[in-house]
Design a binder for this molecule. Structure first.
Ligand code: FPP
Length: 255
């Protein structure tokens, strides 16, 4: 009886997955995973320890997203601007996909998760790219949660490159300017084939998009938390989804 009370007391106020209306789960949740460095600094630890603990949060978020019935989880793992960081940190960040997939790929396959990568592949280290490519190819026929890593991703570069491709198609006469539609632009972006994020989460207390899915997030619901990414887990995802379910999405129209 005492145990039952203690468990109730510990969980009071916390939402359970079952309490979320199943008919309004966001299809696509995208997360800017920020605050690894500050989390580590606050504990007197090197920044890379923060990133390693960030990797553990990636696992928690993936399991929780799957449990909630989210279809697509996009995680901003490395931006086109993150190359400006010290080489040691960049090297460490580039080793994480390999480390994560060595630990988790079998379980992801078991859970029917499809791994994808959204990013520029030209300047990624070979070992990082190979680890991602292996995971993508081994899970390509899976039909469960899509776990989409935004790796070496930058929205402005994505748009610039898409525009170049479209401009060339116009130049060669394959397309006329009138053929350029929103759908057509979508199909030239790195996110092609994925729906736009319904819910965009940023941890770490900053209130900005940092070059992340600027086109695709036009009508995303935004949710920010001061918690650092290594502290993120199921409880925060459930909280964000619950808040999403309280919002009215009008897309510029009237409710
Ligand atoms: C931003 O926090 C975080 C990153 C640049 C890296 C995010 C990477 C992970 C969470 C791990 C990825 C794992 C896999 C499996 C790919 P920050 O370092 O800028 O934090 P700060 O703002 O506190 O300094």
């Amino acid at each position: 009886m005492i145990k039952l009370f203690q468990s109730w007391w510990k969980n009071r106020g916390k939402r359970s997955v079952a309490a979320l209306p199943a008919d309004n789960i966001p299809e696509h949740v995208a997360i800017i995973m920020d605050g690894n460095g500050r989390w580590a600094r606050n504990k007197g630890l090197p920044r890379i320890v923060g990133h390693r603990n960030g990797m553990k949060a990636v696992k928690r978020a993936t399991i929780a997203a799957d449990e909630l019935g989210i279809r697509i989880l996009t995680l901003y793992a490395f931006s086109t601007e993150n190359w400006k960081r010290p080489k040691d940190e960049v090297d460490f960040l580039m080793s994480l996909p390999q480390e994560f997939l060595a630990l988790e790929l079998e379980e992801l396959i078991e859970k029917n998760v499809q791994v994808r990568m959204m990013g520029h592949t030209d300047n990624l280290p070979r070992h990082t790219l190979e680890a991602m490519e292996e995971a993508v190819s081994r899970t390509e026929n899976n039909t469960g949660l899509i776990l989409n890593f935004a790796l070496n991703y930058g929205s402005r570069r994505e748009m610039t490159e898409s525009m170049k491709v479209i401009a060339r198609e116009v130049q060669t006469g394959q397309l006329s300017p009138e053929d350029i539609t929103e759908e057509m632009i979508n199909s030239h972006l790195l996110s092609q084939g994925l729906s736009d994020p319904d819910l965009l989460i940023r941890t770490g207390g900053e209130l900005r998009l940092s070059n992340f899915m600027l086109w695709q997030a036009a009508y995303s619901e935004l949710w920010f938390t001061d918690l650092y990414w290594p502290e993120f887990g199921r409880e925060q995802l459930v909280e964000a989804v619950a808040e999403y379910q309280r919002r009215t999405r009008r897309y510029g129209g009237l409710s």
